[in-house]
Each structure stands twice: as structure tokens, then as C-alpha cells.
Write a protein that binds this ligand. Sequence first.
Ligand code: TRH
Length: 391
Amino acid sequence: MTSTSSTSTPTWEIFCLIVDNFGDIGVCWRLARDLAARTGAGVRLWVDDWAVLLRICPAAGGIDPVAGGVIAGVELRQWAEPFPAVEPAAVVIEAFACEIPETHLQAMARRQPAPVWINLEYLSAEDWVAGCHGMASPHPRLPLTKHFFFPGLGGGTGGLLREPGLLARRDAFLGDRRGRGEWLARRGVRLGTDETCVSLFAYEQPSLPALLQAWMQGPRRMHLFVPEGRVLADVARAFGRGGLGVGDAVRNGALELHVLPFTDQDGYDELLWACDLNFVRGEDSFVRAQWAGRPFAWHIYPQQDEAHFDKLEAFIARYTAGLPVPEKTALSAFWRAWNGRGDPAAAWPAFAAVLPALGRHAAEWSVSHAAQPDLATRLVEFCSHSRASAG
Ligand code: TRH
């Protein structure tokens, strides 16, 4: 549902600079929709790269980026130079340390009371996160204070993004014969007994062909769903094809491949729910895989000097805490191999053997983490405390 840009000043304002991939806008668009739906207050989202926004939110195609427009209660505006003179919101969120335009900062400093200024950071399961969450950083020149808000697992962090009713929607999809069955039927798949569905969203993965060879020669029929994206060239190599495109369906041995279009976020959730095993990446799909309650493998966003491995190990440690040794060992080995430390094809048989147990663990993990306050709830609380202590 699209309408023209709102003229009133919103309560929330999010600045999103798209650095690479879809994660930055994926998180911001999800957070913006969540805040709008649950608080009923106005939310404005500034996005620099409109083309990337359109991939994840096709409905924004009906909006003039400069004038802006409202979808799902969120006013979408293009972040362009020169930055328009608009009244700042009561809460201004800069996502992932992007820099708010100087003219807007000046307007924030003039606003009475000053906005609550949040820097939304990347998600990490590392222990230091709880120590840094909520830290204040006064602006060197202006009467403004920025607060660092760290998504994370457990108390003392900003939590995980999860909109109300998510697990109930998932369970309704899985409990309804028309849910999963029709989803698969629309993609030409009629599942026989003992067949496995796998989704694959990943960065380039040089060792993928060897893993897919193992699946092709394996004892069990597998359906591989791959949304178009960076990993597709490696999938094509595994199938001995020069290239692959949306709609292609190819079979080789026990493995049947289905190339899917990139959908909106709700459509992507259904893919995760429909599959028995999900390969996810970055941040937002990684969180959605946890809510899907299915076994998954995480392709972490690579950083310089392999700094991402600390983040990977921190999550593995939390996720596998309490798991019996065979499950813990198999998951750790496969995830490390999937991220370049080892051979995924060699680590696969042990991982495949523990998938039923990991399925039970994933379901429990989703339920126990859904019992904790989600990110938007913690953010709303944090901002009302900040306002109360400032005023
Ligand atoms: O695109 P990503 O690799 O994003 C990354 C990470 O966020 C990383 O932390 C960041 O530093 C880097 O970008 C710059 O993966 P991520 O985070 O999973 O984001 C993908 C988004 O795309 C997510 O919101 C899910 C969504 N998506 C769809 O909406 N439809 C689809 O069909 C698919 C495959 C994904």
C-alpha cells in the first residue's frame, strides 16, 4: 500500500547507507516496518541506493524517491545530496555508523528537546557486546550525545529483530497442508518420502562444487533452492553449466536444483520455513534462519584479517552450548569449513548425520530466544529511558 510522503515530522528516523549486499537495507527496512507497526508512530527511512531498496521492497517502485512515499507505515526517502532541510525526528538512528549529513546534525542540535541519537551496530554474539551496549559518546562540537545500540544474544544487549507473531505465522505455514505443500508445488516440487529441501543464500563459495557432487551421488534425493545472487556461478559450475537463471530447474543424480527469483523479505521467510536445511549469510538472513527453527549453516560476511572468525566462533560457542559432543563437533566443523577453514564436502557426512538432532535444537533455540525481548522492544525502552533521564 503506497501513499505520498507524510508532511508531519515522524517520531523515528533511520539513516541507511548501503555499503555492500542487502544486509544494511535488510535490517533497516525490517526495523522500520517493525517500529511503525508496533508503535503506530511515524517512521522515516533514508536510503541512498534506491535500486537495492527495490530488490527487497518491490512496492517502492511506485514511489518518487525524492518526494518519498509511505509503505507499511514507513516513509521512504532517498538520501541524496544536497540533503533536504527537514525537521529531525524525536529518535534519529544511524545504521552501522553511517554519517548523518552535517546540516541535519545541526538541525538535531537546534531541536528541543534534542533527539535521542542511536548508532545501530552490527549483530555479534561476542562477550564484549554487553559491555559496550548503550555506551554514550558526546558530539565534539554540538550539544548531542550518540548512544551505541548493539544487537546481540542474551541480556545486556539490544537483542534480535523479531516482529510480533512471527513464530505463530511460521507454525501456521508449517501446520497448514496448503502452506509448505503449495509453496513447493508452485515451484514444481512434489516431495516424496525421505527427500530433503535445502535453501542456499551465500557469498562466492569455491568449494561448493565438491559438496554438490557429494549430494548428486548421495543416497537421498535433495532439492536445492537457490535465489539468484552471488553464489549462482559456483552452482552453475557444479552442474557443468555456463550459467543459470531464474526459473531454471536442473537435475543431476540425487540432486535437483531450482533457481528462484530474489523475493521480498516475507517471501524469503517462506523459503526458510519450507526447507529442512538453510544456508544463510551476513546478518538478517542469519537471524531469520534462527527464527525459522530449522538447522542452518552460516556464511559470515568476510572481514579483513579474518576478524570475522572471532564472531563466527562466538556464535558457534553459544549455539552449541549444551549440545552433545557429536552434534557440537559436526556443526562446528561444517560451519568452519563452509567459511573457508576446511573442506565442506569432507565435513558434510557427519553434519548430515546429526541434522535430525540439530532440527530439534533449532526449534528449541527459536522458542527460547523468542521468549526474550526483541530488538524493537529494547530500542523503544532504551529511547524512553534516555528521554526521561535527559528531561
Ligand atoms: O546481503 P548480506 O550479505 O548482508 C551483509 C550483512 O548484513 C553484513 O553484516 C554487512 O556487513 C554487509 O551486508 C554489508 O546478507 P543479509 O544480512 O542476510 O541480508 C540479506 C537480506 O536480503 C535479508 O534481509 C534477507 C533478504 N532477502 C530477501 O528479501 N529476498 C531474498 O530472496 C533473499 C535471498 C534475501
